[in-house]
Design a binder for this molecule. Structure first.
Ligand code: C2O
Ligand code: CU
Length: 468
């Protein structure tokens, strides 16, 4: 395997301007077509052969979708793949029928088929969309895009930039390593780790900026399994939202802005420098500092002499329903399995299987002794009730646990109460860690709760809750 660093260092010339986003949803707007299909894109750099991918409308990332909070989005999926597919609108507290989960909220859309998604996004923020069918392959091949829901009153920034980061596994020919799709080693260990980093489908892209400007960077981690972390070199940065929901501004620590697979963050950056300066954005999740992108300052005179003093504070979304811990439904979720996990057996719809039988089914992880999707939910909960899920990670790996249709907050970690944690749709649970989360189950329907490391969910780390 070519080392990530060497591969990245080899030809990071992809200097391209990030296309401006476009709006799709006005009231009564026609359906915007989202057609996943094979395409070839220059993700490895302009001096490298184009890479065969699957992209929405032939692009990676797919079209950047923008709508205002409360506006109806209408998107028509036309399946141009040779596999069934769906689209999931990650992080949106959506109408259940539009959640895009095959076998749970809709039938998968067959090749050549169509499905109309129509929904209102209740919260402003930075979200994303991705395939939810054979996700471990379809997302790895490029089927994702950004979904931006604008605030009614936009915060004062000079530039609004999308930053979708991905971790690809390319082979010796610089193409997607197809041989290793489904590799049991990835499925039973830390998932499919890549060796090539892109931002907005480009290698080390140039992001044009102007001195004195204030940027809003909308970061998402679309990688199958790798946690990413970003550092903005000498620039002052502050995080203003996580998983779409505003948080009080805070500076990222020395470890940078950390994004588990699927997580989103909004970061304000003040551009300080001279015309022509190129300021690297570093990916610092490993011991290597990898160049993710470059902020290149144009020749225009500075927009202001010194950065604005006040941090940007986002207007609150409609408040999430208040937790009622005293009247909560408590649910245990023991996470087991994987390599070095000691799982010996697991059940599927009430039938027991030995680990050997489970491995044959490619199910090597379990929640509460149940491997993979079950006919029965983890819990059925009446609408409006507070749910408290206690996650106990008995595996040798961390997991990025994602809940559909709701935002939750951590209320306890390793036995210690946590106050005022951000509302999130995905939370990292470290090995041997215990994390208690809470949310009000106010959105009726059938909602997945799974690890967002796409090999782990495929290999068993999945369950669902029924809100009625
Ligand atoms: Cu972003 Cu169930 O997924
Ligand atoms: Cu996992």
């Amino acid at each position: 395997m070519i080392s990530r660093r060497k591969f990245l260092g080899a030809g990071a010339i992809g200097a391209a301007i990030i296309a401006p986003p476009w709006r799709v949803a006005a009231e009564d707007a026609p359906y915007m077509v989202q057609e996943p299909r094979p395409a070839a894109v220059p993700l490895a750099g302009v001096d490298k052969p184009a890479v065969s991918v699957w992209g929405y409308n032939g692009k990676v990332p797919g079209p950047l979708i923008r709508a205002r909070r409360g506006e109806r989005l209408r998107l028509r999926l036309k399946n141009g793949l040779e596999q069934p597919t769906t689209i999931h609108w990650h992080g949106i507290r959506i109408d259940n029928a539009m959640d895009g989960v095959p076998g749970l909220t809709q039938d998968a859309v067959l090749p050549g088929g169509e499905f109309d998604y129509s929904f209102i996004a209740p919260d402003a923020g930075t979200y994303w969309y991705h395939s939810h069918a054979k996700t471990w392959e379809q997302v790895a091949r490029g089927l994702y895009g950004l979904l931006v829901i604008e605030e009614e009153t936009a915060p004062k920034v000079d530039r609004d930039i999308a930053f979708a980061a991905d971790d690809w596994r390319l082979d010796g020919d610089g193409q997607i390593d197809e041989q290793s799709f489904g590799a049991m080693h990835d499925w039973s260990h830390g998932g499919r780790m890549g060796n090539w980093l892109t931002v907005n489908g480009l290698t080390d892209p140039v992001i044009p900026v102007r001195a004195g400007e204030r940027l809003r960077l909308r970061l998402i981690n679309t990688a199958n399994a790798r946690t990413l972390a970003f550092d903005f070199d000498r620039l002052a940065a502050h995080v203003i939202a996580l998983d779409g929901q505003p948080v009080p501004p805070s500076s990222p620590g020395v470890d940078g802005v950390i994004l588990a697979p699927a997580q989103q963050a909004d970061v304000i950056i003040d551009i300080d420098g001279k015309p022509g300066d190129a300021i690297p954005v570093w990916e610092v999740s490993t011991r290597y500092r990898l160049k993710a992108a470059r902020l290149v300052i144009s020749g225009k005179p500075p927009l202001r002499d010194r950065p604005p003093e006040e941090p940007v504070v986002l207007p609150a979304n409609a408040p999430l329903p208040k937790l009622k811990p005293n009247d909560a439904k408590h649910i245990e979720l023991v996470m087991e399995g994987g390599a070095m996990g000691g799982l010996r057996e697991g059940s599927i719809d009430g039938k027991m299987f030995s680990i050997r039988e489970l491995v044959e089914k490619k199910l090597v992880w379990a929640f509460n002794g149940k491997a993979g999707m079950q006919k029965q939910p983890l819990v059925a909960i009446p609408r409006g009730r507070t749910a408290v899920i206690n996650m106990v990670n008995k595996t040798a790996f961390f997991h990025a646990m994602h809940l559909h249709g709701h935002h939750f907050r951590v209320i306890e970690r390793d036995g210690k109460p946590v106050a005022g944690a951000p509302w999130r749709d995905t939370e990292l649970v470290k090995r041997n860690e215990q994390v208690r989360i809470a949310f009000v189950a106010d959105n009726p329907g059938k909602w997945l709760f799974h690890c967002h490391m796409l090999e782990h969910v495929a290999a068993g780390m999945i369950t669902w809750i029924d809100v009625a």
